[in-house]
Design a protein around this ligand. Sequence first.
Ligand code: ATP
Ligand code: MG
Ligand code: MG
Length: 554
Amino acid sequence: EASKSLNFIEHIIEEDLNNGFSKDKLRFRFPPEPNGYLHIGHASSICLNFGLGIRYNAPVNLRFDDTNPVKEEQEFVDAIKRDVEWLGFQWDTERYASDYFQQLYDWAVLLIEKGKAYVDSQSSEEMADQKGTPTEPGSPSPYRDRTVEENLELFESMKRGDFKEGTHVLRAKIDMSSSNMLMRDPIMYRILHKAHHRTNTDWCIYPMYDWTHGESDYIEQVSHSICTLEFLPHRELYDWFLDQVYDKKSVRPKQREFARRNLSHTIVSKRKLLKLVEENVVNGWDDPRMPTISGLRRRGYTPEAIRNFADTIGIAKRENLIDVSLLEFHVREHLNKVAPRVMGVLDPVKVVITNYPENEEEWLEAENNPEDENAGSRQVPFSREIYIEKNDFREEANRKFFRLKLGGEVRLKNAYIIKAESCTKDADGNITEIQCTYDPKSKSGSGSEESLRKVKGTLHWVSIKHALEAEVRVYDRLFLDESPDTHKDKDFMEFINPDALKIIKGYLEPSLKSAKIEDRVQFQRLGYFCVDQDSTPEKLVFNKTVGLRDTWAK
Ligand code: ATP
Ligand code: MG
Ligand code: MG
């Protein structure tokens, strides 16, 4: 761990430590708003913040930034906790910005008393008109010079519930001509007569993000508050708000920014993902097509794969687009090590082995994972009628076709060498059956001369009478465009791939009868698959996680 090179946030921390900041005062937080499920972008932030905690042996809080009762729900709180734990991280304390509503209110009163905040009773349009432009100063609100007494009284009435939504706000009195628009008397509180998922109807005024975030960091004594780049211009305000309450003895939190993580062919925004859920484009937040942590989990991703992905790309100072194939590379790499190999046929054609006795069967030994010597082996049944993949057979083919063709030989994985003798077709010319003979002495692993005979191709197969039928869900990219939400003239919804889910019927070896939800396997020669939560012993359901190699059309 210590040998890994430092990222730029760690360099900032190292510099602080070199300048005398005490290591035991380091403290971090991951601050999601519970208004949706976490996505792959959040995974970067989780790995960064919890990674800092691990590197410096410092506590990391899980802080719910729950200041907007309109969009926040307990369901999202629960999902976020589940996802962070599943990724393999443990927070020190679970915190909620809403726990600080009283403290924030008291500090707001303090600001009013110091003449640094006032109640504005204009409409939001009027306030917007006075904001000015980045090159022209704004103009002051007619309410800017209200007396302290008047402000205190109005603010208390706001809190008591005397006013309708939109009639008053509390604003910080900073600088209407600042070159930073965010410093032009930003709103600290608005009236919202909405129940909150934790404080219920205790409050009808809610603090704004900028007022809440830094003060919450201060309350929790977070030393380094890491956020994404769009908050860079907010840093001045973060510091201004801290100046108002800082006691000069405690740890003073420092906001630092890194670039948001974008992934190709998908979107990383809870708000937009919510739209996909609400409009039933997908079947819920954990739909395997979704870039959510829970969607990736259901798709068959491992926490290790997601962490390795995040660690490999690291963090950047500038936004960039990461190709989704890099994420797939990491899951493939991890599953290659841990996923047992099994056989399943997803697009079957029947093969009859004409010289194999009609009512016989035998159970053959099959290695579970050549990458893992402790993975052991299992038995797979063989009989006269088997399925192979349709595209593994051609009547005629050139010498580069190493699969089965008439007159040619292949090895059946874990079993025998077969030779295609003839085939049967239906009226449309589709092949309905292939007749083969097998070499009884060529059994894999038997050590016989024939078993060592080299044939070019090896095919996977299943014995028809032993096969389990399964529903197999195969996924494609959710969006046809590389960056669906960056087009000025088009909505991201226009780029949805209508064929991102295909449901097929597969035939699987019987050892999968006992597969459990979330079990991950490699269907040999096809890819990695996992058992979906919809699966039952009567009706198996598998999701395709990823193919064996990168086959996306570029
Ligand atoms: P969204 O737009 O998806 O709601 P957000 O930033 O509003 O994103 P939060 O719940 O506030 O979502 O995010 C929690 C933390 O995760 C924040 O520190 C935020 O900066 C970080 N984060 C969110 N999205 C990304 C991303 N795509 N890449 C890196 N970090 C992210
Ligand atoms: Mg946010
Ligand atoms: Mg957001």
